[in-house]
Design a protein. Structure first.
Length: 376
């Protein structure tokens, strides 16, 4: 029987755990043409929730069309336009009237249109002479979609990437173009909380106060435990309470890592799963990832590496300048600790979670953290 613990992409609502409150908020926003900012750590299930939302919209609001664009790989406005156009072309079936109009619009840009040899998905290459042409094309894309007389929800994943573009006016351009649309609703997704908050909650920025915020945290322990037991029970497998508790504690209920561990446990084939089976799967995962972890060692300075180990051994740290933390791990001065934390956050190896009680730091990759815990 196929492994029910998905680790690549959303498959069905039966294999999707919880997020009901967030889903209902986003459904309401879509139905009422209200834009949303969705923020979470990487691999916390943000993309899965978007696809779960789109799946639900097919059932409850089949009149709404959906577009999903991941701009993580983009480096400039050229890439942004390319990825948005490809996403729109992919979303509309070619043989429908909307799909045919979309293809006609794309051809009017005089692109080089090809198809990926493996996936068969469309790929575009658009040539521009001036920056004005790029802006004109971007505005034209939004105007075309808005003019179709169809309500379209557009989700743009890793939206904070636009902050790294050399074109520093893109936020203002996008806000201007989006304000002029009537049939488009946007979901701006991001994994860098500081950047996303600055884009949408800074009163000096173009997108200020223009969206509803939704933040993904950890799924409640009881909910995740029930989900794991249900999927196993439906496939005639059992798991001890001790084993479930260990899974959720060891992965810290971080969605991707919980799914990955459950996926590995299931793949190992035991029908009566115990904590010994789970610990065996943990060892497998860390052994498989060890070459990648050792590559991190080559990327970091000795101080950065040792600081990451300190964070892993602590699990999480709120007071990174506290004398006990600095002394226990031989870090040095408070300013050194701040510098190291900032550098590792910038590299994506540390996560800084801001709450009313302060900022809590932890190693971003749970498996890396667990592997580092055991280092001397």
């Amino acid at each position: 029987m196929e492994n029910p613990f998905t680790i690549k992409s959303y498959e069905s609502k039966e294999l999707f755990c919880d997020r009901e409150e967030e889903l209902q908020i986003m459904l309401r926003n879509c139905a009422n043409s209200s834009d949303t900012t969705l923020i979470s750590q990487r691999r916390m299930g943000k993309t899965g929730l978007i696809l779960r939302l789109f799946d639900e919209l097919k059932n409850v609001r089949p009149d709404i069309q959906t577009i999903y664009a991941d701009i993580f790989a983009s480096r400039n406005i050229d890439d942004f336009i390319k990825l948005m156009a490809e996403a729109a072309l992919k979303s509309f079936q070619a043989k429908t009237s909307l799909g045919e109009r979309m293809l006609t619009f794309i051809k009017s840009l005089r692109p080089q249109l090809s198809f990926d040899n493996i996936t068969g998905e469309p790929q575009l290459q658009i040539a521009y002479q001036t920056a004005h042409e790029k802006e004109y094309t971007l505005r034209g894309l939004f105007e075309f979609l808005d003019s179709q007389g169809v309500h379209i929800v557009i989700a743009i994943d890793e939206f904070q990437q636009i902050r790294d573009y050399p074109e520093h006016n893109l936020e203002a351009l996008l806000r201007t173009y989006i304000q002029q649309t009537h049939n488009l609703t946007f979901i701006f997704c991001g994994s860098k909380k500081h950047m996303m908050t600055d884009i949408f909650a800074n009163e000096k920025k173009p997108f200020y106060n223009s969206t509803t915020f939704v933040t993904l945290g950890k799924i409640p322990e009881e909910t995740y435990a029930a989900f794991i037991r249900r999927l196993l029970s439906e496939r005639q497998r059992t798991i001890t309470d001790e084993a479930v508790d260990f899974i959720l504690e060891w992965t810290r209920r971080h969605t991707y890592y919980t799914q990955q561990l459950c996926h590995t446990v299931y793949a190992d084939g035991s029908t009566d799963i115990t904590i010994a089976d789970v610990k065996k799967a943990c060892e497998q995962l860390m052994k498989q990832a060890e070459p990648v972890f050792l590559q991190y060692r080559q990327m970091l300075t000795d101080k950065q590496w040792n600081y990451l180990i300190a964070m892993a051994k602590e699990g999480s740290v709120q007071k990174i300048t506290a004398s006990a933390f600095l002394k226990n791990h031989k870090i040095g001065t408070p300013s050194v600790s701040r510098r190291l934390a900032d550098a590792l956050c910038e590299k994506g190896l540390l996560n800084d979670d801001i709450s009313l009680s302060g900022t809590t730091y932890s190693v971003n990759d749970v498996f890396l953290s667990r592997w580092m815990e055991r280092l001397q």
